[in-house]
Design a protein around this ligand. Structure first.
Ligand code: GLP
Length: 249
């Protein structure tokens, strides 16, 4: 695990964009795994900026980590809507190359299998972006989710629903279920970038990096991945043993 610590959110966002740029420049047909939440917003702004300065996303394929069950793609709190608004509508990725689980599928189990197969059919994910929940979840893989799961149906914890209630008009509107790539799907990515910003993530980051690898702390599995970069700001890194970190900005 490589741990890079930046003075601020802008620094980590720019570095994440540089790593994406490197990947897409090396292979124009790269497969990117993308995430939602507030954390990657700075990265997406930088990707849009790179596109405006000539970076070509026309051959890139994307797979998003997760989607709420029951929300249509035009619901403002759906992850499809979020991605369209904050990234896809502002770069030249082809709509047919964009993949997000369909939270309105009639047969959710089938949707999960089809989604997982689509990732493999594209040759797997080259570079996966992750955020981290306060409880250590990655994607929507809540504490206790078996590490062997591929794309699957998740029952959201109350704390995750509370944390995401800010995107809805009330907590009652937050769906109780989601489809998420599983830990096994995430671990198959060739490279993983985990982004975390702010003191509220310091505890989860500390446990994920320095704690035992246990399913109660889903992000701890990343300790076993051969190519992970953690991009943190100083606040998110504040719980870490300083000997582990590389202060770069
Ligand atoms: C949601 C998403 C996760 C994301 C997490 C953290 O639960 N499903 O993929 O990492 O939120 O969000 P934020 O970056 O807003 O703290």
């Amino acid at each position: 695990m490589e741990i890079l610590v930046f003075d601020d959110y802008q620094g980590l966002s720019r570095k994440a964009a540089d790593l994406i740029k490197e990947q897409v420049t090396k292979d124009s047909q790269s497969v990117l795994g993308l995430a939602t939440g507030s954390t990657p917003l700075g990265l997406y702004k930088e990707m849009i900026n790179d596109y405006q300065h000539g970076l070509d996303f026309s051959q890139v394929t994307s797979f998003n980590l997760d989607e709420y069950v029951g929300l249509s793609g035009d619901h403002p709190a759906s992850y499809r809507y979020f991605m369209e608004q904050h990234l896809f509508s502002q770069i030249n990725i082809k709509p047919t190359n964009i993949h997000i689980p369909n939270g309105q599928a009639m047969d959710i189990e089938r949707e999960c299998r089809v989604y997982e197969s689509a990732i493999q059919a594209c040759g797997g994910i080259d570079l996966q972006i992750l955020g981290i929940g306060h409880n250590g979840h990655i994607g929507f893989n809540e504490p206790g989710t078996p590490f062997g799961k591929e794309t699957h149906l998740i029952e959201l914890t109350e704390s995750t629903r509370q944390a995401n209630a800010r995107f809805f008009s009330s907590i009652d509107e937050v769906p109780s279920k989601a489809i998420s790539m599983g830990i096994k799907s995430i671990m198959k990515a060739k490279q993983i970038l985990l982004l975390a910003s702010g003191e509220s993530k310091a505890g989860a980051v500390h446990q994920a990096v320095e704690g035992p690898v246990v399913k109660e702390m889903p992000a701890s599995i990343l300790q076993l991945h051969p190519n992970v970069v953690l991009l943190l700001d100083t606040a998110a890194a504040s719980g870490l043993n300083r000997a582990l970190v590389n202060q770069v900005g």
